[in-house]
Design a binder for this molecule. Structure first.
Ligand code: 5AD
Length: 346
């Protein structure tokens, strides 16, 4: 098995059976995996941890994903949306604290027009030339994606959620389609975005076989970024009784993804941070190299509740960055305040 891990490390093979075996026996190989993953993380990105300022600009969503707390049918949630000036204000604060890469994330909120989003992107880019803008608010048609790209957006995050058609259907209502999600991902790449995808670890009904399919999809699609995090139940969803995903398996998968695609960017996600105090450092040690401090205004941050007990800090962004910097220093990494483009080729 160590030889297979080493072959993965040399980017030579994708063997479904061996990967399945590795997942079933991961506890035996974790140290070896982390060691190899760490070597590659350092080879391609040194000890840099890229910083992205995350702005959760709307928690309205037209969809009803069974796992997600901001699903349309959740009436126990105060809904909010930020206007252009509020979003720009967040970026200004982040910029002044040194951040050069912003992520605009939200539900699929129909109230923003394509042109309004394009205008927001343009305004941020002209206020702060040289920053990178990542968009992440679900499925849209190719024309809309292209308009936002032309107005200056650099990256788009759209998790595939599951690469298995049947499993995808168990997580989503009939109104959503696996085919359309895959089409969106291809469209984003064709347009020229740096594209991020990913999935939840331990989502309801997920099997190790499904995870192997997710890894295979990722291996073939070659995304510039891969975000994964443990599934965490939310009380106001149909999946509230479902078991939480494993943090340890998340770390193992971060390492495997780093071995498969050494040049991809992997965030230590908020779901990881939400489960225990030290988990983002463990994610970094497993091969993650991006961290996304939340710069959404304090008044509304709490309402972006996609799962129970989502992590948020009461520190302001400067205090939090200083805190992170000290913690990263201690494990031998440094926060990198730059655009932080992926080295993956398109
Ligand atoms: N637990 C963990 N992750 C979740 N997401 C949505 N709901 C949950 C949950 N309950 C993830 C999805 C989505 C991303 C923004 O958050 O994968 O793509």
């Amino acid at each position: 098995m160590q030889r297979y891990i080493y072959e993965l490390f040399l980017k030579k093979s994708f063997d479904e059976e061996k990967l399945l075996y590795l997942l079933n026996n991961h506890y035996k190989y974790s140290n070896y995996l982390f060691e190899k993953s760490n070597l590659l993380q350092h080879k391609y990105y040194g000890n840099k941890i890229f910083v992205r300022g995350l702005i959760e600009f709307t928690n309205y969503c037209k969809n009803n994903c069974f796992y997600c707390g901001i699903r349309k049918d959740n009436n126990n949630l105060t809904r909010y949306r930020l206007c252009k000036d509020e979003i720009l204000f967040c970026c200004n604060e982040g910029f002044n604290a040194g951040i050069r890469s912003f992520v605009l994330q939200g539900g699929e909120d129909l109230s923003y027009t394509v042109d309004e989003i394009a205008d927001i992107v343009r305004v941020i880019k002209s206020a702060h030339p040289g920053v990178a803008i990542t968009l992440s608010f679900g499925e849209h048609d190719k024309k809309a994606y292209k308009t936002w790209f032309d107005s200056g957006a650099d990256r788009y995050l759209l998790r595939h959620e599951s690469a298995n058609f049947y499993h995808y259907r168990m997580l989503h209502p009939k109104s959503m389609s696996f085919k359309n999600r895959m089409r969106c991902l291809l469209n984003l790449k064709e347009i020229g975005y740096q594209v991020g995808t990913g999935f939840m670890v331990g989502s309801p009904y997920q099997t190790y076989e499904n995870i192997v399919e997710d890894l295979k999809f990722i291996y073939k699609f070659k995304p510039h970024m891969v975000g994964i995090g443990p599934y965490i139940p939310h009380n106001d969803t149909p999946f509230k009784m479902m078991e939480q995903g494993s943090l340890q398996l998340t770390f193992i998968l971060i390492a495997i993804i780093r071995l498969m695609l050494p040049e991809t960017l992997i965030p230590a996600t908020t779901a990881v941070a939400s489960l225990s105090k030290n988990s983002i450092y463990n994610a970094v040690l497993a091969g993650a190299n991006v961290i996304m401090p939340n710069i959404t205004p304090m008044e509304v941050k709490k309402q972006y509740s996609i799962y129970n007990n989502k992590f948020y800090t009461k520190m302001n962004i400067r205090e939090y960055l200083l805190f992170l910097k000290n913690r990263m220093d201690k494990i031998g990494y440094k926060l990198a305040f730059e655009r932080g483009d992926s080295k993956m080729k398109n």
